[in-house]
Design a protein around this ligand. Sequence first.
Ligand code: ATP
Ligand code: MG
Length: 335
Amino acid sequence: RNYKRQMRCRCDIERLNAPFLAIVESLIPAEEEKAKQNQLLTLLEKLICREWPEARLYLYGSCANSFGFSNSDIDLCLAIGDADINKSEILIKLADILQSDNLQNVQALTRARVPIVKLMDPVTGISCDICINNVLAVVNTRLLRDYARIDARLRQLAFIVKHWAKSRGVNETYQGTLSSYAYVLMCIHFLQQRKPAILPCLQGMEATYSVTIDNVECAYFDQVEMLRDFGSRNRETVAQLVWEFFNYWAYRHDYTDSVVSVRTGNIISKRAKDWTRRVGNDRHLICIEDPFEVSHDLGRVVDKYSIKVLREEFERAADILQYDPNPCVKLFEPY
Ligand code: ATP
Ligand code: MG
Protein backbone atom coordinates (compact mmCIF):
# COMPACT_ATOMS: atom_id res chain seq x y z
CA ARG A 1 0.00 0.00 0.00
CA ASN A 2 2.70 2.41 0.91
CA TYR A 3 4.42 1.71 -2.35
CA LYS A 4 1.25 2.45 -4.29
CA ARG A 5 0.68 5.66 -2.41
CA GLN A 6 4.18 6.83 -3.13
CA MET A 7 3.82 6.00 -6.83
CA ARG A 8 0.67 8.03 -7.05
CA CYS A 9 2.29 10.87 -5.33
CA ARG A 10 5.27 10.75 -7.66
CA CYS A 11 3.24 11.03 -10.84
CA ASP A 12 1.18 13.84 -9.34
CA ILE A 13 4.39 15.65 -8.59
CA GLU A 14 5.52 14.99 -12.14
CA ARG A 15 2.63 17.12 -13.42
CA LEU A 16 4.21 20.13 -11.75
CA ASN A 17 7.26 19.87 -13.94
CA ALA A 18 6.07 21.88 -16.93
CA PRO A 19 4.68 24.74 -14.79
CA PHE A 20 7.92 24.89 -12.79
CA LEU A 21 9.99 25.04 -15.96
CA ALA A 22 7.76 27.82 -17.27
CA ILE A 23 8.38 29.81 -14.07
CA VAL A 24 12.13 29.30 -14.43
CA GLU A 25 11.96 30.42 -18.07
CA SER A 26 10.10 33.61 -17.13
CA LEU A 27 12.79 34.56 -14.61
CA ILE A 28 15.84 34.09 -16.87
CA PRO A 29 17.32 37.42 -17.98
CA ALA A 30 17.04 38.25 -21.68
CA GLU A 31 20.18 38.47 -23.83
CA GLU A 32 19.82 42.23 -24.23
CA GLU A 33 20.04 42.60 -20.50
CA LYS A 34 23.49 40.97 -20.55
CA ALA A 35 24.50 43.40 -23.29
CA LYS A 36 23.41 46.36 -21.16
CA GLN A 37 25.36 45.03 -18.20
CA ASN A 38 28.47 44.79 -20.34
CA GLN A 39 27.91 48.31 -21.64
CA LEU A 40 27.81 49.63 -18.06
CA LEU A 41 30.84 47.55 -17.10
CA THR A 42 32.85 49.02 -19.99
CA LEU A 43 31.91 52.57 -18.98
CA LEU A 44 32.87 52.00 -15.35
CA GLU A 45 36.15 50.34 -16.32
CA LYS A 46 37.05 53.37 -18.40
CA LEU A 47 36.34 55.79 -15.57
CA ILE A 48 38.16 53.71 -12.99
CA CYS A 49 41.18 53.12 -15.18
CA ARG A 50 41.86 56.86 -15.40
CA GLU A 51 42.26 57.11 -11.65
CA TRP A 52 43.68 53.65 -10.85
CA PRO A 53 45.37 52.23 -13.98
CA GLU A 54 46.34 48.99 -12.19
CA ALA A 55 42.90 48.26 -10.80
CA ARG A 56 40.49 45.69 -12.23
CA LEU A 57 36.75 45.49 -12.08
CA TYR A 58 35.01 42.10 -11.67
CA LEU A 59 31.38 41.11 -11.86
CA TYR A 60 30.33 38.81 -9.04
CA GLY A 61 27.11 37.64 -7.41
CA SER A 62 24.00 36.69 -9.31
CA CYS A 63 24.83 38.57 -12.52
CA ALA A 64 27.91 36.38 -12.94
CA ASN A 65 27.06 33.08 -11.23
CA SER A 66 24.15 32.29 -13.59
CA PHE A 67 21.60 32.30 -10.76
CA GLY A 68 20.44 35.85 -11.42
CA PHE A 69 16.85 36.81 -12.26
CA SER A 70 15.99 39.37 -14.89
CA ASN A 71 16.17 43.00 -13.79
CA SER A 72 18.35 42.35 -10.79
CA ASP A 73 21.02 44.73 -9.58
CA ILE A 74 24.60 43.93 -10.42
CA ASP A 75 27.46 43.40 -7.99
CA LEU A 76 30.95 44.61 -8.88
CA CYS A 77 34.26 44.25 -7.12
CA LEU A 78 37.07 46.74 -7.63
CA ALA A 79 40.33 44.90 -7.11
CA ILE A 80 43.13 47.24 -6.11
CA GLY A 81 46.23 45.17 -5.48
CA ASP A 82 47.40 46.95 -2.34
CA ALA A 83 46.22 45.11 0.81
CA ASP A 84 46.55 47.99 3.25
CA ILE A 85 44.62 50.65 1.39
CA ASN A 86 42.01 52.67 3.19
CA LYS A 87 38.75 51.38 1.72
CA SER A 88 36.71 54.36 2.89
CA GLU A 89 39.01 56.80 1.14
CA ILE A 90 38.87 54.82 -2.08
CA LEU A 91 35.08 54.55 -1.93
CA ILE A 92 34.66 58.27 -1.37
CA LYS A 93 36.99 59.08 -4.25
CA LEU A 94 35.20 56.54 -6.44
CA ALA A 95 31.83 58.07 -5.58
CA ASP A 96 33.20 61.51 -6.60
CA ILE A 97 34.42 60.22 -9.94
CA LEU A 98 31.13 58.48 -10.72
CA GLN A 99 29.04 61.44 -9.66
CA SER A 100 30.87 63.79 -11.99
CA ASP A 101 30.19 61.42 -14.87
CA ASN A 102 26.42 61.71 -14.61
CA LEU A 103 25.78 58.44 -12.86
CA GLN A 104 22.81 58.80 -10.53
CA ASN A 105 21.99 58.09 -6.88
CA VAL A 106 25.69 57.73 -6.15
CA GLN A 107 26.26 56.92 -2.47
CA ALA A 108 29.34 55.73 -0.60
CA LEU A 109 28.27 53.43 2.25
CA THR A 110 31.56 53.30 4.12
CA ARG A 111 30.17 51.93 7.40
CA ALA A 112 28.27 48.95 5.98
CA ARG A 113 29.42 45.39 6.86
CA VAL A 114 30.68 45.22 3.28
CA PRO A 115 31.46 48.87 2.42
CA ILE A 116 30.24 49.80 -1.07
CA VAL A 117 29.40 52.56 -3.51
CA LYS A 118 25.88 52.36 -4.88
CA LEU A 119 24.86 53.90 -8.18
CA MET A 120 22.26 53.89 -10.93
CA ASP A 121 23.13 54.26 -14.58
CA PRO A 122 20.43 56.35 -16.31
CA VAL A 123 21.41 55.06 -19.77
CA THR A 124 20.85 51.35 -19.10
CA GLY A 125 18.61 51.75 -16.04
CA ILE A 126 20.82 49.31 -14.14
CA SER A 127 21.65 49.75 -10.45
CA CYS A 128 24.87 48.43 -9.05
CA ASP A 129 26.95 48.06 -5.91
CA ILE A 130 30.73 48.28 -6.07
CA CYS A 131 32.84 46.84 -3.26
CA ILE A 132 36.62 46.86 -2.85
CA ASN A 133 38.99 43.87 -2.85
CA ASN A 134 36.34 41.27 -2.05
CA VAL A 135 38.14 38.78 -4.26
CA LEU A 136 36.85 35.73 -2.37
CA ALA A 137 33.35 36.62 -3.53
CA VAL A 138 34.64 36.71 -7.13
CA VAL A 139 36.04 33.20 -6.67
CA ASN A 140 32.96 31.74 -4.99
CA THR A 141 30.88 33.24 -7.80
CA ARG A 142 33.06 31.29 -10.24
CA LEU A 143 32.56 28.06 -8.27
CA LEU A 144 28.77 28.47 -8.34
CA ARG A 145 28.82 29.22 -12.05
CA ASP A 146 30.93 26.12 -12.73
CA TYR A 147 28.52 23.91 -10.77
CA ALA A 148 25.65 25.33 -12.81
CA ARG A 149 27.40 24.27 -16.03
CA ILE A 150 27.44 20.61 -15.01
CA ASP A 151 23.71 19.89 -14.83
CA ALA A 152 20.81 22.11 -15.90
CA ARG A 153 18.72 20.93 -12.95
CA LEU A 154 20.82 22.94 -10.51
CA ARG A 155 19.85 26.24 -12.09
CA GLN A 156 16.20 25.14 -12.32
CA LEU A 157 16.03 24.07 -8.69
CA ALA A 158 17.86 27.17 -7.44
CA PHE A 159 15.59 29.49 -9.45
CA ILE A 160 12.50 27.92 -7.88
CA VAL A 161 14.02 28.03 -4.40
CA LYS A 162 15.18 31.66 -4.77
CA HIS A 163 11.82 32.69 -6.21
CA TRP A 164 10.05 30.98 -3.30
CA ALA A 165 12.40 32.61 -0.76
CA LYS A 166 11.92 36.10 -2.22
CA SER A 167 8.12 35.67 -2.42
CA ARG A 168 7.91 34.39 1.16
CA GLY A 169 10.23 37.01 2.66
CA VAL A 170 12.90 34.54 3.78
CA ASN A 171 15.75 35.96 1.67
CA GLU A 172 16.57 38.88 4.01
CA THR A 173 19.82 38.52 5.93
CA TYR A 174 19.15 41.67 7.95
CA GLN A 175 15.97 39.98 9.27
CA GLY A 176 17.79 36.79 10.15
CA THR A 177 16.89 34.71 7.12
CA LEU A 178 19.26 33.39 4.44
CA SER A 179 21.12 35.02 1.55
CA SER A 180 20.68 33.88 -2.04
CA TYR A 181 24.24 32.62 -1.85
CA ALA A 182 23.27 30.34 1.07
CA TYR A 183 20.24 28.99 -0.79
CA VAL A 184 22.31 28.16 -3.86
CA LEU A 185 24.84 26.30 -1.69
CA MET A 186 21.95 24.35 -0.13
CA CYS A 187 20.81 23.39 -3.64
CA ILE A 188 24.30 22.32 -4.73
CA HIS A 189 24.74 20.22 -1.61
CA PHE A 190 21.33 18.66 -2.07
CA LEU A 191 22.20 17.58 -5.63
CA GLN A 192 25.58 16.22 -4.46
CA GLN A 193 23.63 14.02 -2.05
CA ARG A 194 21.09 12.54 -4.50
CA LYS A 195 21.46 8.84 -5.23
CA PRO A 196 22.80 8.60 -7.91
CA ALA A 197 24.46 11.99 -7.44
CA ILE A 198 23.48 14.80 -9.81
CA LEU A 199 26.51 16.94 -8.97
CA PRO A 200 30.09 15.92 -8.07
CA CYS A 201 32.17 17.53 -5.35
CA LEU A 202 34.53 19.76 -7.36
CA GLN A 203 36.73 20.55 -4.36
CA GLY A 204 37.20 16.84 -3.73
CA MET A 205 38.66 16.28 -7.20
CA GLU A 206 42.11 17.00 -8.59
CA ALA A 207 42.47 20.79 -8.67
CA THR A 208 42.80 22.37 -12.11
CA TYR A 209 42.21 25.87 -10.77
CA SER A 210 43.84 27.30 -7.72
CA VAL A 211 44.35 30.74 -6.18
CA THR A 212 45.24 31.94 -2.71
CA ILE A 213 43.30 34.92 -1.42
CA ASP A 214 43.74 36.43 2.05
CA ASN A 215 45.58 33.23 3.05
CA VAL A 216 42.66 31.06 1.95
CA GLU A 217 43.54 28.45 -0.65
CA CYS A 218 40.74 28.15 -3.20
CA ALA A 219 41.23 25.08 -5.37
CA TYR A 220 38.88 22.89 -7.34
CA PHE A 221 38.40 20.95 -10.56
CA ASP A 222 37.11 23.48 -13.08
CA GLN A 223 37.20 21.55 -16.37
CA VAL A 224 33.48 21.06 -16.06
CA GLU A 225 32.91 20.45 -19.79
CA MET A 226 34.26 16.99 -19.01
CA LEU A 227 31.47 16.43 -16.49
CA ARG A 228 28.47 17.15 -18.68
CA ASP A 229 27.14 13.58 -18.32
CA PHE A 230 27.83 13.38 -14.63
CA GLY A 231 24.21 13.38 -13.48
CA SER A 232 22.70 11.46 -16.37
CA ARG A 233 22.17 8.27 -14.38
CA ASN A 234 19.78 10.17 -12.18
CA ARG A 235 16.53 10.89 -14.03
CA GLU A 236 14.78 13.02 -11.45
CA THR A 237 13.00 16.06 -12.81
CA VAL A 238 12.99 19.51 -11.28
CA ALA A 239 9.50 18.93 -9.85
CA GLN A 240 10.68 15.86 -7.94
CA LEU A 241 13.79 17.68 -6.79
CA VAL A 242 11.85 20.69 -5.52
CA TRP A 243 9.54 18.36 -3.62
CA GLU A 244 12.46 16.42 -2.12
CA PHE A 245 14.37 19.61 -1.32
CA PHE A 246 11.56 21.07 0.79
CA ASN A 247 10.88 17.72 2.43
CA TYR A 248 14.51 17.47 3.35
CA TRP A 249 14.65 20.92 4.97
CA ALA A 250 11.21 20.52 6.57
CA TYR A 251 11.42 17.01 7.99
CA ARG A 252 14.74 15.29 7.46
CA HIS A 253 17.60 17.70 8.10
CA ASP A 254 19.17 17.22 11.54
CA TYR A 255 19.25 20.79 12.83
CA THR A 256 20.97 19.79 16.07
CA ASP A 257 24.04 18.18 14.62
CA SER A 258 24.41 18.64 10.85
CA VAL A 259 26.44 21.06 8.80
CA VAL A 260 25.85 21.26 5.07
CA SER A 261 29.22 21.27 3.29
CA VAL A 262 29.64 21.74 -0.45
CA ARG A 263 33.41 21.57 0.06
CA THR A 264 33.23 17.90 1.11
CA GLY A 265 29.99 17.04 -0.70
CA ASN A 266 28.77 15.60 2.59
CA ILE A 267 27.05 16.40 5.84
CA ILE A 268 29.59 17.05 8.57
CA SER A 269 28.93 17.30 12.27
CA LYS A 270 28.67 20.53 14.25
CA ARG A 271 31.00 18.95 16.81
CA ALA A 272 33.73 18.56 14.21
CA LYS A 273 33.50 22.30 13.48
CA ASP A 274 33.00 23.35 17.08
CA TRP A 275 29.73 24.96 16.07
CA THR A 276 27.72 23.41 18.89
CA ARG A 277 27.12 26.53 20.95
CA ARG A 278 26.58 30.21 20.51
CA VAL A 279 29.80 32.18 20.14
CA GLY A 280 29.23 35.93 20.13
CA ASN A 281 26.46 36.49 17.65
CA ASP A 282 26.93 33.21 15.82
CA ARG A 283 24.25 30.82 17.01
CA HIS A 284 24.68 28.07 14.43
CA LEU A 285 20.99 27.12 14.39
CA ILE A 286 21.19 26.13 10.72
CA CYS A 287 24.70 25.46 9.48
CA ILE A 288 25.92 26.00 5.94
CA GLU A 289 29.69 25.98 5.56
CA ASP A 290 31.24 28.45 3.14
CA PRO A 291 33.15 26.38 0.55
CA PHE A 292 36.35 28.44 0.92
CA GLU A 293 36.13 30.36 4.18
CA VAL A 294 35.46 27.19 6.13
CA SER A 295 35.15 28.89 9.51
CA HIS A 296 32.29 30.89 8.06
CA ASP A 297 28.74 29.63 8.68
CA LEU A 298 26.28 31.23 6.26
CA GLY A 299 23.53 30.38 8.71
CA ARG A 300 25.07 32.63 11.35
CA VAL A 301 22.57 35.40 10.59
CA VAL A 302 19.73 33.12 11.75
CA ASP A 303 18.52 33.71 15.33
CA LYS A 304 16.07 31.88 17.59
CA TYR A 305 13.09 33.72 16.06
CA SER A 306 14.04 33.52 12.42
CA ILE A 307 14.90 29.80 12.65
CA LYS A 308 11.25 29.22 13.50
CA VAL A 309 10.10 31.33 10.60
CA LEU A 310 12.43 29.48 8.24
CA ARG A 311 11.45 26.00 9.39
CA GLU A 312 7.75 26.85 9.23
CA GLU A 313 8.26 28.08 5.68
CA PHE A 314 10.05 24.87 4.71
CA GLU A 315 7.18 22.87 6.18
CA ARG A 316 4.58 25.04 4.48
CA ALA A 317 6.32 24.50 1.13
CA ALA A 318 6.58 20.74 1.64
CA ASP A 319 2.92 20.48 2.64
CA ILE A 320 1.73 22.59 -0.28
CA LEU A 321 3.63 20.39 -2.71
CA GLN A 322 2.10 17.34 -1.09
CA TYR A 323 -1.53 18.39 -0.67
CA ASP A 324 -2.45 21.70 -2.27
CA PRO A 325 -4.56 21.57 -5.45
CA ASN A 326 -2.69 24.50 -6.97
CA PRO A 327 0.88 24.30 -5.65
CA CYS A 328 2.58 26.34 -8.38
CA VAL A 329 0.60 29.40 -7.31
CA LYS A 330 0.31 28.76 -3.59
CA LEU A 331 4.02 28.08 -3.11
CA PHE A 332 4.93 31.61 -4.24
CA GLU A 333 2.04 33.47 -2.64
CA PRO A 334 3.29 36.71 -1.06
CA TYR A 335 3.51 36.41 2.73
P1 ATP B 1 20.36 38.02 -5.66
O1 ATP B 1 19.79 37.57 -6.96
O2 ATP B 1 19.39 37.78 -4.53
O3 ATP B 1 20.95 39.39 -5.69
P2 ATP B 1 23.11 37.06 -5.39
O4 ATP B 1 23.59 35.81 -6.06
O5 ATP B 1 23.64 38.34 -5.89
O6 ATP B 1 21.53 36.99 -5.38
P3 ATP B 1 23.83 37.63 -2.70
O7 ATP B 1 23.45 36.78 -1.52
O8 ATP B 1 23.31 39.02 -2.84
O9 ATP B 1 23.45 36.78 -3.92
O10 ATP B 1 25.39 37.64 -2.74
C1 ATP B 1 26.15 38.15 -3.82
C2 ATP B 1 27.51 37.48 -3.84
O11 ATP B 1 28.23 37.87 -2.69
C3 ATP B 1 27.45 35.95 -3.79
O12 ATP B 1 27.38 35.37 -5.06
C4 ATP B 1 28.75 35.63 -3.13
O13 ATP B 1 29.78 35.66 -4.09
C5 ATP B 1 28.96 36.78 -2.20
N1 ATP B 1 28.48 36.53 -0.83
C6 ATP B 1 27.27 36.85 -0.33
N2 ATP B 1 27.17 36.53 0.95
C7 ATP B 1 28.35 35.98 1.28
C8 ATP B 1 28.89 35.47 2.48
N3 ATP B 1 28.19 35.47 3.62
N4 ATP B 1 30.15 35.00 2.45
C9 ATP B 1 30.88 35.03 1.32
N5 ATP B 1 30.43 35.51 0.15
C10 ATP B 1 29.19 35.98 0.13
MG1 MG C 1 23.04 40.40 -5.70
